[in-house]
Design a protein around this ligand. Structure first.
Ligand SMILES: [Zn+2]
Length: 124
């Protein structure tokens, strides 16, 4: 734990507020803090973000993410029913997109209420 916005009670509060106001199907992002300008605390520990992810998932958030941490499994979207990897990300890149055109999991058919449409790879 390193101080700002990452205490367990704070995380619990954020998750509660999210479920209450946005609902379980709305993605919740935990973004990693990096020191900038006059704020010199060390960067958020990856374990703290992963803990936040797990707390959110347990509390009923269907699509939690962690950000600013490239190459970690929790950047991806998984089917909340069967665990199939639906969207694979690396930083801002989408490496794999497996949701069907009917917005369903290709493995178990669960409806994935994703907003928008995958437009293909943009690497520019
Ligand atoms: Zn599935």
């Amino acid at each position: 734990m390193n101080g700002v916005n990452d205490k367990e009670e704070t995380l619990e509060w954020i998750i509660e507020q999210h479920l209450e106001n946005a609902g379980p199907e709305t993605p919740l992002h935990f973004t990693r803090y990096f020191p900038a300008y006059k704020f010199h605390n060390p960067p958020t520990k990856v374990e703290t973000l992963e803990k936040a992810y797990e707390m959110a998932k347990k509390a009923g958030v269907l699509y939690p993410y962690i950000g600013n941490v490239s190459g970690r499994k929790y950047e991806n979207t998984y089917c909340p029913n069967c665990g199939e990897k639906l969207v694979e990300r690396y930083g801002y890149y989408v490496l794999k997109y497996a949701i069907t055109s009917e917005k369903k999991c290709p493995k178990c058919g669960t409806e994935i209420p994703i907003i928008g449409k995958y437009m293909g790879k943009h690497y520019s």
